[in-house]
Structure formats: C-alpha cells, structure tokens
Design a protein around this ligand. Structure first.
Ligand SMILES: [Zn+2]
Ligand SMILES: [Zn+2]
Length: 351
C-alpha cells in the first residue's frame, strides 16, 4: 500500500472576497503537471464529474453530470477554474443524465482528443443521450466504444478499461465503463454506476482490480461495492459522489459499513475532493473538514470488528459467522453495545 497522507484544507475563514469555495479549493490543491497527477472529484450534487490533470499537464474528463431535473452546470466552471483549454480524453461512463447532462456544453466548448462511451446495444435512449450523440457527430469528435480489456495512454499515465465485461441485466448502470489509471506506483479506479453484476463479472475474468483510490460505484448505492469487489480492489481510500439529502439515501449505510476501516471522502460533506499523486504517494485535499461521525473518521490501520445484524430477526452476528443474513437484510454495527441499544440480540457466534 502506498504511503498515504491527508491534508484537510480548511477554507471557512477564506470564503469571502467574492471567490467561491470551489475556486479556492482549486487553488489550494496542486493542479497537476510537473510529474504530479491530480484527480478532482467535482461536487456536482447527486451526480458525477471527475477532472484529471495529468503529470504533463494534459486533461481528461470522466462524466459531466448534473442532478436529475436540475439545470445546474458545475462542470464548465470547474474546467475554466482549472484553465482547461483542451481535453485529451473524455469518458461518458454511461448515458444517465446525472453523468452526461453537461456533455453538450463540453463538446461545444472544448477540443476533444478521444471521446469514450459504452456500447449500450441500443437499449437506452433519452433526449440528453440522443443530443450528446448528435453533437459528437456534428463536431466530428473521435468517438471510441472501447473493448474490454483495452488500454490507452493519457499524458504519460496508463489507463485500462476493465468493464463492462458483459451485461446480462441490460440495466443501464451495468454498462458503465470501468477504468483503472496507473501513474507510477499509484492507481485510481473509476467505476461510474457499475453494480454488483459488473463487479462479479470483472472478478470472474481475473482482472487486476487493485487500486489505491476507489471511486465508489453508483454514488454509494448498496447494490455496488460488494465485499468480494473490495477484497480485490483493496483501496487505501475511497471517494463517493452524491448530493445532500438525496432521495436515494446515498450513500447506503451498508456500503459505508463495508468500507469501514478505509478513509471515505464524500462530496456532499467535503465539497470538491482533490487526490494527487506524485507517482509514489497520494494526498487528499478537501474543501471542508469532515463531519463528526462520518466513516472517514474511522481511519485506523486495522479494520474494526464489524457486527452484522439481521433486520428481520434482529439477531446480531460476527462478520465471520457461518449463518449471516442475506445481504439485503443486513445492518452493520461497529460494536455489540451499539447494536444492543437498537434492540439486537446476540447470536451464539458472539461470546
Ligand atoms: Zn449515477
Ligand atoms: Zn446511472
């Protein structure tokens, strides 16, 4: 595991002078180039957008989303704040609005090297998606539907598409392009809204999924980020992109339970999150300090014991118990006391 340090940049006191917090965060964190790779998880509410500045100063954009039903465009201002003039690569992980809402503006305003998107086998249409496809054609953008696995170079860093291997479900989220970026000894995994089916498919293919920084799938939904997947990725930190008080309840407490012991940064709490790598070490920069009691606080070297409750029978099990409830019926606790306070009774696996 790479050496990992955290710099929490506090900007409360600086939020004056007509300068938005996100612009200040952009100034506070190194912006990439000169051998440093910078990954900015832009706070776009209940949506996704990630701007990567490569070690040689090039730019890649993964998704350009906005909250469903909102006309917000937080992507273009973020690109402008970073001084982006050209995008060497753009990835639209999958056609949902919360991932591509602002792609039309991106295509109209920026020279794009290669635009990657998944082949959804004609199974999805929406006006936003159709508009994106016609703009790609109108602006003559080099468009690639990548094979899995396949590689491309970005600014001296190597990138590999690992998913989707196949999609039996025809669920739009499961078409999400999953990509790992390696820079020196460090690596980042981007998963879009891939769910458990895509995760299991990638594991079955024996792909190397290990990464230092995991962008948690589907905004922290309980149907992504399975234990089996986490065992393969073994991240040293995780980032979740989701909006405050979103109606989906993202991130799911179940997902946060599975991530227990790993520092987790959430855009709804932290604002823009910037993770940098000099090829050896990773640093995390956030706009605000983390709220008390978030999963991110539990940053200990060894994973804490996790107890699993059965929502229906209200029985509490050790994580290694042989008779654990179905995943959908699980509730995670970090101590027996905490569970007992909520009325759970100990199974015989707990002494
Ligand atoms: Zn999404
Ligand atoms: Zn989606």
């Amino acid at each position: 595991m790479k050496k990992f340090s955290v710099l929490l940049i506090l900007l409360f006191a600086l939020a004056a002078a007509g300068c938005s917090e996100s612009e200040q965060a952009a100034k506070a964190a190194p912006s990439g180039g000169s051998g440093v790779l910078s990954v900015k998880y832009i706070d776009v509410g209940q949506a996704d957008s990630i701007l990567i500045t490569g070690p040689e100063g090039g730019h890649m954009l993964i998704d350009a989303g906005a909250e469903l039903g909102s006309e917000n465009n937080d992507v273009i201002p973020a690109l402008e704040a970073e001084g982006v003039e050209r995008l060497d690569a753009v990835i639209a992980t999958h056609p949902h609005y919360d991932h591509i809402a602002c792609m039309d503006d991106v295509i109209e305003n920026y020279d794009i090297g290669t635009f990657y998107l998944p082949d959804t086998e004609g199974s999805y249409t929406s006006s936003t998606y159709t508009k994106m496809l016609s703009e790609l054609e109108e602006y003559n953008v080099n468009t690639v539907y990548p094979k899995v696995p396949s590689e491309f170079m970005f600014d001296g860093a190597s990138c590999e598409f690992l998913g989707p291997v196949e999609n039996e479900t025809k669920d739009c989220n499961e078409y999400s392009l999953v990509m790992r970026l390696d820079w020196g000894d460090t690596s980042f995994l981007f998963t879009g809204d891939a769910g458990s089916s895509s995760e299991y498919n990638m594991i079955d293919r024996g792909f190397d999924l290990s990464a230092d920084v995991l962008k948690v799938g589907h905004h922290g939904s309980e149907y992504s980020t399975t234990r089996e997947f986490l065992d393969e990725v073994k991240p040293s930190c995780a980032v979740i992109s989701c909006g405050e008080d979103n109606s989906y309840g993202h991130p799911s407490p179940l997902t946060l339970g599975r991530l227990d012991g790993i520092p987790v940064y959430i855009t709804k709490d932290c604002g823009d999150i910037v993770v940098t790598s000099d090829g050896k070490d990773i640093e995390v920069f956030t706009e605000e300090d983390l709220p008390k009691g978030s999963a991110a606080e539990k940053t200990s070297g060894d994973a804490e014991t996790v107890y699993i409750g059965n929502k229906n029978s209200r029985t509490l099990h050790r994580e290694d118990c042989g008779s654990l409830p179905d995943e959908k019926n699980r509730v995670y606790f970090s101590s027996v006391e905490e569970a007992e306070a909520e009325g759970y009774k100990k199974h015989t696996c707990i002494k």
